[in-house]
Design a protein around this ligand. Structure first.
Ligand SMILES: Cc1cc2nc3c(=O)[nH]c(=O)nc-3n(C[C@H](O)[C@H](O)[C@H](O)COP(=O)(O)OP(=O)(O)OC[C@H]3O[C@@H](n4cnc5c(N)ncnc54)[C@H](O)[C@@H]3O)c2cc1C
Length: 385
């Protein structure tokens, strides 16, 4: 099988399929596949897939356990989701450096015996072959798996770019932040700063945090041309405790802009490929689910291929295993994103004065904890054993 893309979905697919004896070849446009970005939270459902792959404990040794997500707008606490709302022993999230997750999955993929072809810029797929931007084509495969992420050229439906993205940086963990919380500060929904522990890339390193700052796409150039100190003043005014983190940022180049987009294909099954991860469903990272969804997709596809001898039936089962969970979370993300990143004063007002207080009334805390933990719709229920 051909897997296009060496990201979270592609690498997890490759390892899981190799474990079932399938010959897989991965293709990535990068000369040396590498992660882009700072950190992300692995939810209990995603960690379950890493455990199946046998790399969960290695990941836990590098990541930072997360107990809660906490956010304030002025004096209003507008986000307070605690995993222990689901029970004292309920599994927690694990915040990780993107590079650490990539390395753990990459090593597992190589150890499992997958072949990797790098420097291969995929532009199309047809008749079991991938075509590349240099005009060449791959050999013919039984199945082409599209794990090319949110800009996949194999995804037929255009993505909808969201007005807001964010600037990200991985910084040394200094300052007065809860080491077990993702914290955010907002001004309405126009401004947002976040600090999230992400553990380490290698064991002996100093603990890191991901710092992020919401920016409108169309104001990115204005941000870049303004002095960096003017931006720092803005951040400090919103959240004075970030002072020591800001001291580690010397120029605009120390921050990477991540654009966010939304797209949900009605089915992961296309004529010439099957989609996994962001190529099927991308969204803003407000709910922190994208990598988990990618891991679940990979798990479900490998599970279905293992249980059905007929390829079409296996793909049909893959779709059934994932469709409703994907639709539920894409809808939830669509609904929640404007509350944290938009120009609407009305939505922010409702968030602060109505939704946040209501969410503290049972069963609000349990419902939100289950949402964040990736457990709405019980995505693993049909894949146990
Ligand atoms: C800033 C940010 C924060 C996030 N935070 C979280 C979080 O807290 N929790 C969470 O679960 N998710 C989070 N996400 C989402 C998560 O990162 C993605 O959902 C996840 O990485 C998707 O995995 P993927 O394998 O589908 O795509 P990707 O990880 O994007 O991998 C795609 C791969 O395909 C390769 N590729 C792309 N185009 C081509 C081409 N034409 N030819 C060949 N190769 C190509 C790329 O080099 C890459 O290796 C966040 C995303 C962003 C941007």
């Amino acid at each position: 099988m051909a897997i296009a893309g060496c990201g979270v979905a592609g690498l997890a697919c490759a390892s899981l399929l190799r474990a079932r004896g399938v010959r897989v070849v991965l293709f990535d446009k990068l000369e040396k596949p590498a992660p882009i970005g700072s950190g992300l939270i692995l939810q209990p459902v995603g960690l379950h897939v890493l455990d199946v792959l046998g790399v969960g404990d290695r990941m836990r040794a590098l990541g930072a356990p997360i107990e809660r997500l906490y956010g304030k707008s002025g004096r209003h606490v507008v986000l307070d989701v605690r995993y222990d709302a689901l029970g004292a022993d309920a599994p927690r999230g694990l915040s990780v450096h993107r590079g650490a997750l990539f390395q753990v999955l990459y090593d597992a993929t190589l150890a499992a015996g997958a072949e990797i072809e790098s420097g291969r810029d995929v532009v199309g797929a047809s008749g079991g072959r991938l075509s590349f931007s240099d005009g060449t084509k791959s050999a013919r495969f039984d199945l082409v798996i599209d794990a090319l992420g949110m800009r996949s050229p194999l995804s037929t439906q255009p993505k909808q770019n969201l007005a807001y993205g964010a600037l990200w940086a991985s910084l040394d963990s200094v300052g007065d932040f809860d080491p077990a919380a993702l914290e955010q500060r907002y001004e309405a929904a126009r401004k947002m700063a976040g600090v999230m522990p992400i553990g380490v890339l290698r064991r002996e390193e100093q603990q890191k945090v991901a710092f992020f700052w919401s920016v409108r796409h169309d104001r990115r150039d204005a941000w870049r041309t303004a002095p960096i100190d003017a931006w720092k003043d803005d951040v400090r005014a919103l959240w004075p405790a970030t002072e020591q983190l800001l001291a580690q940022i010397a120029s605009h180049d120390d921050l990477v802009f991540a654009a966010y987009a939304h797209r949900t294909l009605s089915s992961p099954l296309a004529r010439d490929c099957v989609h996994v991860g962001d190529s099927w469903h991308c969204t803003s990272p407000q709910l922190g689910q994208g990598a988990n969804m990618a891991l679940l997709d990979a798990y479900a596809l490998a599970w279905a291929l293992d249980r059905q001898s007929d390829l079409d039936m296996a793909l049909g089962e893959y779709e059934r295993l994932r469709l409703w969970h994907i639709r539920l979370y894409q809808a939830a993300s669509w609904l929640f994103t404007p509350a944290y990143q938009s120009d609407s004063a009305a939505i922010a007002w409702l968030r602060d004065r109505l939704v946040a207080p209501l969410s503290r009334v049972p069963p609000g805390p349990q419902v939100l904890a289950a949402l964040v933990a990736g457990q709405w719709g019980w995505p693993l229920a049909a894949m146990r054993g």
